[in-house]
Design a protein around this ligand. Structure first.
Ligand code: PLP
Length: 444
């Protein structure tokens, strides 16, 4: 199900002081930098990320929860943006790491996250990654009865105990698009609620397992706090049962991510509303079941980095006469911003060099790729565009750099970071055509 978006708001520029503004030249400014100048200096397509915004989003969320429940920790979901520079910033803020693969484990290790601050999730963890996680002392959230056996086996071979949680599916519909629902009955993820006690009972029998936590993750871009309240009630009631029926004290309650990007065109509730929805049933049940100050972990990805970046694109050509629809073709499409072309996320789009011009044309914005679905936006109000104009997509810091691809042999774009000290740094250089061939046998 796709949500209706208010077209007028989607086309409306909402400035944010010091972060998104129109300067005296009529250009868009992002975090104090003129976007037209940025495009000149770094080329297009280029992602521009703000360090300041990442930190602001992290601390805003941490504060909203710790104000109500002190023992809350944030594990940043690496999948949302796994660039080393971004991970370093968040590690310095004190964020834990939520990782899914050997690669993400390696990244956490590389940027200096302590093993005990790593949460290792995912429906399939290969044995090598399981061994690394055990050695590091990471918290491994198990997703199936079979995985429990495998982890017990691997820990036994290493002569260590694996610190585990178990992902329980609380069976909650969040009302986002179907691709984002992760807690419907029979989901690929986790163990359905009705089997929760049984799996903890089995885990208790395993010699090489230390039961530490419980986990759930109900979806992404969840704009309604209520499903969080329901999931929390169900998970906390399970924690109570585990304590009173099995005698196991759960120390870590990990309620996953899914907190929405507050797009400027949408009416997303403030993060405090999510904190209240979760922490009311959470604290009530701590009392009810006499729990011993468990650690609450949250795993936001999109919420932390979503509003931290823009994407700069150049208008390659404009098709006005050939069809009933006006098409603006830009120099990056599904290869650089896949989720926009799939319709999972909808981004605002403005012309950086014509911010004060009247927006009098309704256009589709297409990428350069040779397939029909390569369309970034439909029916947007923009000024009369010409070749060479620079467009910016806003709030596109999540699941964009992590979903880059090279369809039609376009190299990856550049990514630059605006540091807090107002310097600017290339944190991922633009790929060359040589990079495209690097791993191939040329047979020349
Ligand atoms: N935790 C888990 C287990 C996930 O699968 C995901 C996303 O897929 C996240 C956290 C982060 O989700 P979001 O970026 O929507 O907060």
């Amino acid at each position: 199900m796709k949500k209706e978006i208010d077209k007028a708001r989607l086309n409306q520029f909402v400035p944010e002081k010091g972060y998104l503004e129109i300067n005296e030249r009529g250009h868009l400014e992002f975090d104090g930098f003129d976007c037209v100048e940025l495009a000149k200096e770094f080329g297009t397509p280029t992602y521009v990320i703000s360090e300041r915004k990442i930190k602001e989003n992290y601390y805003e969320m941490l504060r909203a929860f710790t104000n109500i429940y002190r023992n809350t920790k944030i594990a940043y979901a690496y999948k949302a943006n796994p660039l080393i520079a971004v991970l370093k910033i968040l590690n310095e803020c004190g964020a834990l790491a939520e990782v899914i693969s050997s690669g993400e484990l390696l990244l956490a290790n590389l940027v200096g996250v302590k093993g005990s601050n790593i949460v290792f999730n995912g429906p399939y963890k290969d044995r090598e990654s399981i061994r690394s996680a055990i050695r590091l002392g990471a918290l491994i959230n198990i997703e199936s009865f079979r995985e429990l056996e495998i982890i017990d086996e691997e820990a036994g071979k290493l002569g260590e105990k694996a610190r585990i949680g178990i992902r329980i599916n609380p069976i909650v519909k969040t009302g986002t698009i179907s691709e984002w629902e992760t807690a419907l009955k029979g989901s690929k993820f986790g163990i359905d609620l009705e089997h929760a006690l049984k799996v903890y009972e089995k885990a208790k029998e395993k010699k090489n397992i230390e039961i530490v936590g419980i986990h759930c993750h109900i979806g992404s871009q969840i704009e309604d706090p209520r499903p969080y309240a329901i999931a929390t009630e169900r998970i906390m009631d399970t924690v109570g049962e585990i304590k009173h029926k099995l005698g196991i004290e759960i120390q870590v309650i990990d309620l996953g991510g899914g907190f929405p990007i507050p797009f400027r065109y949408a009416n997303v509730p403030p993060i405090e509303a999510f904190a209240e929805a979760i922490l009311k049933p959470f604290k009530e049940r701590i009392e009810k079941y006499d729990l011993d100050n468990p650690t609450l972990i949250l795993e936001p990805g999109a919420r932390i980095v979503g509003t931290s970046a823009i994407l700069l694109l150049k208008v390659g050509l404009v098709k006005r006469e050939e069809s009933s629809k006006k098409w603006v073709i830009v120099d990056g499409g599904a290869n650089v911003i896949l989720r926009a072309t799939q319709g999972w996320y909808v981004y605002q789009c403005f012309c950086c060099n014509k911010m004060r011009e009247e927006r009098k044309e309704i256009v589709n914005i297409g990428g350069p790729l040779c397939y029909t679905g390569d369309v970034i936006a439909y029916d947007r109000e923009l000024p009369h565009l010409e070749e060479g104009d620079i467009l910016a997509l806003l709030d596109c810091g999540a699941y964009t750099i992590s979903t880059l691809n090279r369809y039609n042999s376009y190299p990856f774009p550049a990514v630059v970071l605006i540091r807090e000290d107002r310097t600017i740094k290339i944190i991922m250089r633009r790929e060359t055509f040589g990079d495209l061939l690097m791993n191939q046998e040329l047979l020349l």
